[in-house]
Design a binder for this molecule. Structure first.
Ligand code: ADP
Ligand code: MG
Length: 555
């Protein structure tokens, strides 16, 4: 029997279409923030609960909609961004498919509240599973607010695919970061379960935004890129070779204002770094490519994350050239090893793979000879059996980490501040820090409450004497938030110790005296010569004489 053909009901069609665009809370956010940006908003506020699985709100101060448009916007293929086919080839907005709002509305309970600048009141429309259940006039500020509750409540199979709260929250953060890095003139605020994760003021300095998002350390490694060739242009910031990442996650590429993931671009970036950083390591780069509108097809993928270049080899050449130019003309050394603000790392296995061939150090016996420093970042040490190369920042970071955790021979000295340093921050950050005061105290970092939005720092581990304490505390709070409540105190302690160690450790790019190298190696030796930094990255590489001799066919 041949199967009968059914024409699908509009409800099912809508759910199928929604499935293409909306995969998880972060996809809802991407669409809503894109709409807010397209509406020329200058402030975008995002609130989520439960990683966005239960509640997402995006409110903006953009141009809003009148009553008629608000109702139209919820229908499929309704857009103010395209009028005809030709427009498809000159898209300047982030949206154009007219699908996001109806798709989200089909698979959630959505409330749209909006007021255009010429209207005396706003309108609120409530939709459940794609059906309008209420339309009322209401007082509302100018702009638009979209509230999305119970995502996938009517698609249980999809809801089951959602990951845990923390994973979904991480996707949400990444989505906001992608937008915020490029649109630095727009203020972004992100609140998760009542806690502020970002509060980024508008700025006309891209680097200021990058610093606010990625941290001071990362920002200090960046050099500007600015290159034009005919109608093509590339601008942004890229890291010097002193900064290396274990993954390509620090690569943010935008084409004509749209965040994209594109092989041509990522390959062009790697090509520029070839020979500058080791294979399988990655730079940080925030790059905006501008090309003529008609040389770009953005209508390739429902989520618009992928694009097609008409002339990809031209784009590739321009990007590589632009970066090479920036990397070779900028200053070449500088501090290294970033703090990684949004990545949570596991505690290192302390006694893992301790180096075996090196002799034990004692005061009388100093069998090592410091050959020197490479790039002011790596220590080359010769001993009877061979040569080792050590990452000075990573070694010191590990030493400090162990000291902060009360392990190893010596405690870390503490510096009391004669005049407490007052750090202003948001109320929720203050509360969070005070909650973990005792953990910080064990490491020499002492705080006191000083009003609802200020903490007074009364003592710091001495290694932090010239660090920006406010920014450290903010990063700590951000990291602790990411850990969440479910995890043990151990994780919080690990996180604090890791971040303090990272900030306090000798930076890559710093020239060290022989005596400093010795002191460092002695401390590291006393700890049993751990082989990884607190983030788990290797800190030592050994070369035996046998290996070296084999290179030259001498053995
Ligand atoms: P698209 O963005 O592809 O046009 P959407 O379904 O995302 O499709 O939105 C439909 C329309 O609703 C948009 O074209 C826009 O006119 C209007 N709209 C959506 N969100 C906003 C907003 N935050 N502010 C003003 N108008 C909006
Ligand atoms: Mg849209």
């Amino acid at each position: 029997m041949t199967p009968a053909i059914n024409i699908l009901s509009p409800d099912v069609v809508c759910k199928i279409a929604a499935g293409e665009v909306i995969e998880r809370p972060a996809s809802v956010l991407k669409e809503l923030i894109e709409n807010s940006l397209d509406a020329n908003s200058s402030t975008i506020r995002v609130t989520i609960e439960g990683g966005g699985r239960n509640h997402i709100v995006v409110s903006d101060d953009g141009h809003g909609m009148n009553r008629e448009d608000a109702l139209k916007a919820l229908q499929r293929h309704a857009t103010s961004k395209l009028a005809n086919e030709e427009d498809l080839y000159r898209i300047t907005t982030l949206g154009f498919r007219g699908e996001a709002l109806p798709s989200i509305a089909a698979i959630s309970r959505l409330t749209l509240t909006t007021r255009s600048h010429d209207a005396s009141t706003g309108i609120r429309v409530r939709v459940e599973g794609g059906h309008i259940v209420e339309t009322v006039e209401t007082g509302a500020p100018y702009g638009t607010r979209v509230e999305v509750d119970d995502l996938f409540y009517n698609l249980p199979a999809r809801r089951k695919f959602l990951k845990g709260e923390k994973t979904e929250a991480a996707h949400v953060i990444e989505t906001v970061v992608r937008m915020a890095l490029d649109r630095y003139a727009v203020a972004f605020r992100l609140i998760h379960d009542g806690r502020s994760l970002f509060d980024l003021p508008p700025t006309d300095q891209e680097l200021a935004r990058i610093r606010a998002v990625m941290g001071k350390e990362v920002a200090s490694h960046l050099v500007p890129v600015n290159y034009r060739k005919a109608d093509y242009g590339i601008s942004g910031w890229v890291s010097r070779p002193t900064l290396r990442k274990g993954s390509a996650k620090g690569l943010y590429t935008y084409v004509n204002g749209r965040y994209v993931r594109d092989k041509t671009l990522s390959h062009a970036v790697s090509a520029a770094y070839q020979g500058l950083i080791p294979p399988k390591t990655y730079p940080v780069a925030i790059l905006a490519v501008v090309i003529p509108l008609d040389e770009l097809d953005v209508n390739v993928h429902p989520t618009k994350l992928e694009i097609r270049f008409k002339n990809s080899s031209e784009v590739h050449g321009m990007v590589t050239h632009g970066l090479m130019h920036a990397l070779r003309t900028g200053p070449v050394d500088g501090p290294s090893q970033p703090e990684q603000p949004t990545v949570r790392e596991k505690e290192p296995s302390y006694h893992a793979a301790v180096t075996t061939v090196m002799p034990t150090l004692t005061e009388e016996c100093w069998p090592w000879r410091t050959v020197g420093q490479l790039m002011n970042s790596y220590l080359v040490v010769e001993f009877t059996e061979g040569v080792v190369v050590l990452d000075q920042h990573a070694v010191h970071e590990r030493v400090l980490y162990e000291q902060l955790r009360g392990r190893g021979p010596a405690r870390l000295p503490q510096q009391r501040l004669l005049i407490p340093q007052l750090c202003d921050m948001t109320g929720d950050v203050v509360a969070l820090l005070l909650e973990h005061r005792s953990e910080m105290e064990t490491m020499g970092l002492e705080l006191e409450e000083f009003g609802a939005r200020t903490v007074a720092v009364t003592a710091v581990p001495a290694v932090l004497h010239d660090e920006d304490i406010t920014s450290l505390l903010e990063s700590l709070a951000r990291q602790i938030t990411l850990i969440g409540k479910a995890d043990s105190v151990g994780d919080v302690v690990h996180t604090i110790a890791t971040m303090v160690a990272c900030r306090g450790a000798i930076k890559a790019g710093r020239r060290l005296h022989d005596t400093e190298v010795r002191a460092l190696l002695q401390q590291w030796d006393a700890l049993g010569r751990p082989t990884t930094c607190p983030h788990g990255r290797p800190l030592i590489k050994e070369l035996s004489w046998g290996e070296i001799e084999r290179w030259f066919n001498r053995s």
